[in-house]
Write a protein that binds this ligand. Structure first.
Ligand code: AMP
Ligand code: MG
Length: 493
């Protein structure tokens, strides 16, 4: 509670330095957020605000709500909507921020640069027929899942706050409206490069590429061909990111090129969800009827997106078209290898393997096929492997599993690490707690329908330390009760 006599600053102490606005106006439209009727702060991420060097404690909730709803433009902000294109389910379209306003770039006390964006902040020149708004439940959902990803150690945009607008948004029904404050390394997407290359002006393309590698991958300045270095670094970050998703069973749901960040962060949480029962064909999104973005397809789709990125960069790779194409082809061609390397090393860690043997891949694949054939819970199975009660698991009676288990034990005995070291390694790589769909839905339902945030706060607390088993959060470790219906997610626009 704030006291009327306490000293209060009237604004958050942002330190804006808006470099994106220095690019040619082709890249954005100046646009202020559209004020909302009755902004109320419902969630605020105190630990993130500390990392950013923001002093929330000095500022009243009402004032924070004014800034993070877009009703009051923070000092130093230069609000814009960014222009971009994208391949959506394989089809090219010119898009742009239709419901997000970039306030600017905040510099943390350590000098790190972060985009500060209000999602659901009203119409922009890119809104087409959309209302520019967002509903409360999907914004809370993005908050929960992005913060869970962060706690799992996976690169992601973060969520600073959710503010309700006091205005309804109309989807199939009328829903409470909300604005999410998203913090990102940047919002430059594969689609930003596609948009620029489609213009056919090499100066613009070079301006964007130079800006982006200098901001995210400054070491490319030392490379013989900085653009090739840029391309390969982006590929590497994505290979590592998608491997991290696969290792925890995260399914993004809309891996369109406009939802792939050049900085290598997980971005645009729509119909994403974590897999419970392991199956490579798992899809949650109601709009993904062909399974394009199914769990097992994610590495392939990442490569497809990066091929679009490569095409957009071709004019910069080499003045000679044939040379440029050869460089681009080689980079795309090597993506599966990069991915495999990250995936294999992550899977080894999940199984407690410190050393490398050629048969490790087969060992992992045998476990995964057994999980798929017998419909095991992905997270629970991996976490159980290291637990003392493994022999009490129902699946321990399965002959196929016990065969695999003996092979795994034999493999463990061929490395020098002690059982304690193996267990610690496994527990640091196999989360006990993930944001399970049934818990997320329950928390969202009681928050948006009953105005009760108790479950939401409990879930967020559980997700903060996913690798640690704590008795008070036992319920969050359990696989969901069997359900006759497949879980479905919606785009949440
Ligand atoms: P998303 O599915 O959130 O990645 O959005 C895809 C595109 O549609 C982006 O250009 C968004 O800005 C735009 N968009 C999504 N929802 C809305 C909305 N309610 N109003 C206007 N534009 C939107
Ligand atoms: Mg998007």
């Amino acid at each position: 509670m704030t006291h009327p006599l306490d000293h209060q600053t009237t604004r958050l102490n942002w330190d804006f330095d808006n470099s994106y606005c220095q690019l040619p106006s082709f890249f954005f439209a100046r646009q202020s957020p559209v004020p909302v009727r009755d902004p109320k702060l419902v969630l605020f991420n105190h630990s993130l605000s500390e990392e950013l060097g923001l002093s929330f404690s000095q500022t009243s909730e009402q004032l924070v709500a004014l800034e993070l709803s877009g009703n009051q433009i923070p000092l130093g902000a230069e609000p814009i909507a960014q222009a971009y294109a994208g391949h959506q389910f394989g089809h090219f379209a010119i898009l742009g921020d239709g419901r997000a306003i970039l306030l600017g770039e905040h510099l943390s006390p350590e000098g790190k640069r972060f985009d500060v964006q209000l999602k659901g902040a009203g119409q922009t020149p890119f809104s087409r027929r959309g209302d520019g708004r967002a509903a409360l439940a999907p914004m809370l959902r993005e908050y929960i899942i992005s913060e869970a990803m962060h706690a799992l150690g996976i690169p992601t945009t973060r969520s600073l706050a959710v503010v309700t607008t006091g205005q309804p948004v109309y989807r199939e029904t009328s829903l409470p409206g909300a604005v999410l404050t998203r913090i990102a390394a940047s919002h430059i997407r594969v689609g930003t490069f596609e948009y620029t290359n489609a213009q056919g002006d090499q100066n613009l393309l070079q301006a964007l590429a130079d800006y982006t590698w200098a901001r995210h991958y400054p070491d490319c300045a030392n490379a013989q061909n900085p653009y090739l270095c840029f391309l390969e670094t982006v590929m590497d970050r994505q290979a590592s990111l998608i491997a991290r998703w696969q290792l925890v069973g995260f399914i993004h749901g809309v891996m369109n090129t406009d939802n792939m960040s050049i900085a290598g962060e997980t971005i645009d949480y729509g119909p994403c969800a974590f897999m419970d029962t392991y199956h490579a064909d798992t899809v949650f999104s109601s709009i993904d009827q062909q399974g394009r973005y199914a769990y097992g397809n994610q590495p392939l789709m990442a490569q497809w997106n990066l091929a679009r990125f490569t095409e957009a960069l071709l004019p910069l790779l080499n003045p000679d078209e044939t040379e440029a194409l050869a460089l681009g082809r080689a980079a795309v061609h090597h993506f599966p290898e990069r991915f495999q390397r990250y995936w294999l090393s992550g899977m080894r860690a999940k199984l407690g393997l410190f050393t490398e043997e050629p048969s490790d891949k087969a060992l992992i694949e045998t476990l995964l096929s057994w999980m798929q054939n017998t419909a095991q819970d992905f997270t629970h199975t991996f976490r159980s492997l290291g637990s003392e009660s493994l022999a009490n698991q129902p699946f321990f009676q399965d002959a196929a599993f016990t065969d695999w288990h003996s092979a795994w034990q034999a493999r463990l005995s061929r490395q020098p690490q002690t059982p304690e070291e193996v267990l610690a390694h496994m527990n640091a790589h196999n989360p006990a707690i993930i944001p399970r769909n049934y818990h997320v839905e329950e928390a969202l339902r009681s928050a948006s329908e009953e105005n009760d945030l108790t479950r939401l706060h409990q879930l967020l607390a559980a997700l903060k330390q996913p690798y640690t088993e704590r008795p008070e959060f036992k319920a969050y470790q359990m696989p969901p009760p069997p359900s006759p219906e497949a879980y479905r997610t919606f785009c949440g626009t």
